[in-house]
Ligand binder design. Structure first.
Ligand SMILES: C[S@@+](CC[C@H](N)C(=O)[O-])C[C@H]1O[C@@H](n2cnc3c(N)ncnc32)[C@H](O)[C@@H]1O
Length: 329
């Protein structure tokens, strides 16, 4: 049996040292700069930023120029990779659904690791973690690779070599076996060449959560955030991502009854006039009953006329050809 990391994926476990060759830090520069703009747009000054699911620290290596970064990941091996790159950042091992650091941050960032939330209850737990660590007036920025609306099956390939003679090439093939549930699969085949020219092949399947915009916004509002969608600006040749931004109000809504952001009396009116009501999902009891710990049937409610803030558009410049949804930059 191959050794498994705590997150169940060898690529975040015993093979984590290959991560910089699979998804190099420099590929994150533009995306991190865009995220930094949103993180910095809180209604309080933003200095301390928490990243949940920080992986090899490839966003943090850019974000740390502007913010004091605290990094949380499930995998000790990925944290070790990140510590090499970001020795000045604070690292903690933890699950984004349950970790509680006992302190607040001006902003919380959750990048592609949020794709590992494959049911609404898991996503709600991760959002609750973001909320409890976010100071009043702070902001949370969550960046799934795709939503139900934007997911398309794709294939992708990539990889690189290091100065010591190690190299990786990978093939990524993603599709959605059942459009009625909340996850898709990616088959990942990696060919790894060691410095002594030994070559091995590793295959693993990853499951990625897929949720509609209305679900994202509903869960953020449910946690206590004021939620909106921002369309990414990118020069990469791919569909821009949708970033989900939650502002934690300076003064909590009377409906927020405890520090976990649980709402007791949320009604349709709480969502305000800017939000189209996703049919059948807004009242909390209905929302809770739809959540199941197992990957759940997908919400097909026509709630996508939600808070979409277009802050920019994709430009024509092509840096690199990419499918819309690839997890690896
Ligand atoms: C694609 S990598 C993230 C790469 C990251 N964006 C970077 O800058 O290097 C996904 C990461 O999510 C982490 N992860 C998966 N499930 C998690 C969870 N429940 N809590 C925290 N981290 C998780 C994995 O350990 C892995 O490091």
């Amino acid at each position: 049996m191959p050794e498994q990391s705590v997150s169940g994926a060898r690529f975040y476990g015993d093979l984590a040292s290959w991560w910089p060759l699979i998804s190099p830090p420099e590929d994150y520069e533009e995306e991190a700069a865009f995220a930094a703009r949103l993180l910095g747009a809180a209604s309080i000054p933003v200095h301390d930023v928490l990243e949940l699911g920080s992986g090899g620290g490839h966003n943090a290596v850019h974000l740390k120029a502007r913010f004091a970064m605290t990094l949380v990941d499930l995998s000790a091996e990925m944290l070790a990779v990140s510590r090499e790159l970001n020795p000045e950042c604070d690292h903690h091992q933890g699950d984004m659904r349950t970790v509680r650091l006992g302190r607040g941050f001006d902003a919380v960032f959750v990048h592609d690791a949020v794709m590992y939330m494959t049911s609404e209850i898991k996503l709600a737990q991760a959002i609750a973690t973001a909320f409890v660590h976010c100071r009043p007036g702070g902001v949370a920025v969550l960046v799934p690779d795709c939503t139900t609306e934007s997911f398309e099956p794709y294939t992708d390939h990539g990889g690189g070599d290091d100065a010591d003679g190690r190299g990786v090439r990978y093939l990524e093939w993603a599709w959605d076996p059942d459009p009625h549930d909340t996850w898709a699969v990616a088959e990942l085949a990696f060919v790894l060449r060691d410095a002594d020219h030994t070559v091995r092949v590793v295959h693993e399947q990853h499951r990625w959560g897929l949720f509609g915009r209305s679900v994202w916004l509903g869960l953020l509002e449910e946690a206590g955030f004021e939620a909106r969608v921002v369309i990414e600006e990118t020069t990469e040749d791919r569909r821009p991502r949708e970033l989900f931004v939650g502002h934690r109000p300076l003064v909590p809504s009377p409906a927020v009854i405890d520090g976990r952001g649980t709402r007791a009396t949320k009604t349709v009116a709480d969502l305000g006039p800017r939000t189209a009501v996703p049919s059948g999902v807004v009242l909390p009891s209905e929302m809770v009953s739809r959540m199941r710990d197992e990957e759940s049937p997908r919400d097909h409610s026509p709630g996508s006329a939600c808070r979409v803030a277009i802050v920019g558009s994709a430009t024509a410049a092509v840096r690199r050809s990419r499918p819309a949804s690839s997890s690896f930059r």
